[in-house]
Design a binder for this molecule. Sequence first.
Ligand code: ZN
Ligand code: ZN
Length: 245
Amino acid sequence: MRLFYDLHIHSCLSPCGDTDMTPGNIAGMAALCGLQIIALSDHNTCRNTPAFAACAAKAGVLALPAMELTTREEIHVLCLLPTLPAAAAFSDYVYRRLPDIRNDEAIFGAQIVMDAEDTVVGREPRLLTSAADIGIYDTAALVASYGGVALPAHVDRPSFSLFANLGFFDPAMGFTAVEISPYTEPAAFRRTHPGLEGLVTVQNSDAHELGCIQDAARALDIPERTPQAVIAALRRGAPGGPAPR
Ligand SMILES: [Zn+2]
Ligand SMILES: [Zn+2]
């Protein structure tokens, strides 16, 4: 089945996320946009994913728990997890590898934890946008050990990306999929960046505000509407796999 997706969305738990990016608002906007699969991917945490899953279920949209991990090299990697317990365990693992730097809300913005009623239940004190002590060569295998899949995020961007920070793609990293920003044409980008042939490409909004969540424009072809099917499709990493549009 062909299902419209947006797998990279930030909530108000990301310091750079708009305060309107509550779990309920994101789920509601995704449904209005006609999306069928969405993932909440805050920086280095999955703490808002339980509330988000509940809100998405109410809105009739499949939610994947996710995280945008910042590796030791300051490369952003989108990590998609199969279940809430797996996401919680992965989130704890990453948290233990984040430097204990306090978040200054006046400089970076608030990091708000919410429940499924969009009620504030806490604020994360540690700055979530720091680099975790996890190397890029270890990331794919690490996320796979939690049953998930990891893909270098916005590889076409000039900062916090694989090519900007490292300068090359190495198959030994074990990635089977990459994320390319919606405003870049994937085929053209592949031609100038060797090594990406055969990898699944996805294009997500990386929305930090409600109006940026993408419309029903990009679809995955998967056999069933489950997190496991999405993850399996992105692990396939072969030509003929899911592609945008
Ligand atoms: Zn990013
Ligand atoms: Zn992001």
